[in-house]
Ligand binder design. Structure first.
Ligand code: TMP
Length: 211
């Protein structure tokens, strides 16, 4: 794990309960230990404004939030994050590890939520100022296994139910099928160590092949 990761932007994705955040934290620790400058960000959030938007998005009281409002709030948080954190870090040559990005909006508000994908891509182009990841790593897990891993105090998104989360997973599969050059699909049903070994091997293979 080293120089081929400099200045790269890698997104860790997956359904709620996929284990992606644990995998990201471990990858960040290993990359730092290998001498890389690493920044970790999460969505929604990752900035002062973004964390306030996160509270609104995940508040179980906001039962009447429309899907377009939801999509735009995720994008607003993303715009702030790209400008304040991700863009400057990539310019410095740091490794940027993001817990979710545009793929989440495609899977949750697009495939599962029913918003047309073209609308999401149009808004994403504005929100990200065309800053796209080098690689999106999807931690794939079925909704039954994923639900067992969740904290019983569910947030507004987690409360959307099993059928919604099955469609989220379909959305991730479709993203992988559409762009296997920039997207990895990792089976995340096993124990954390073997998932990590598989993910790191595939990330290295994909990124070094491009050098
Ligand atoms: P987290 O629990 O992984 O921090 O993510 C927060 C929730 O927000 C999770 O249920 C996924 C959801 N989400 C979307 O629906 N659309 C998005 O664009 C993003 C970034 C997250």
């Amino acid at each position: 794990m080293h120089q081929w990761l400099r200045g790269k932007f890698i997104v860790f994705e997956g359904p709620d309960g996929s284990g992606k955040s644990t995998q990201l934290a471990r990858f960040a620790t290993d990359a730092s230990a290998a001498g890389l400058e690493v920044i970790e960000v999460r969505e929604p959030g990752g900035t002062s404004v973004g964390e306030q938007i996160r509270k609104v998005l995940l508040d179980p009281e906001n039962t009447d939030m429309t899907i377009r409002c939801e999509m735009l709030l995720y994008m607003a948080s993303r715009a702030q994050l790209v400008e304040q954190q991700i863009g400057p870090a990539i310019s410095r040559g740091d490794l940027v590890l993001a817990d979710r990005f545009v793929a989440s909006t495609c899977a949750y508000q697009g495939t599962a939520g029913g918003l047309p994908m073209e609308e999401i891509f149009e808004v994403a182009a504005v929100a990200t100022n065309h800053q796209m990841p080098d690689l999106t790593v999807i931690f794939d897990v079925d909704e039954v296994t994923a639900a067992k891993r969740l904290n019983p105090l569910l947030d507004r998104m987690e409360q959307k139910g099993a059928e919604f989360h099955r469609r989220v997973r379909d959305g991730y599969h479709a993203l992988f099928a559409a762009d296997p050059e920039h997207v990895l699909l990792i089976d995340a049903t096993g124990d954390a160590d073997s998932v990590y070994a598989r993910a790191t091997a595939e990330i290295e293979a994909k990124l070094t092949a491009r050098c």
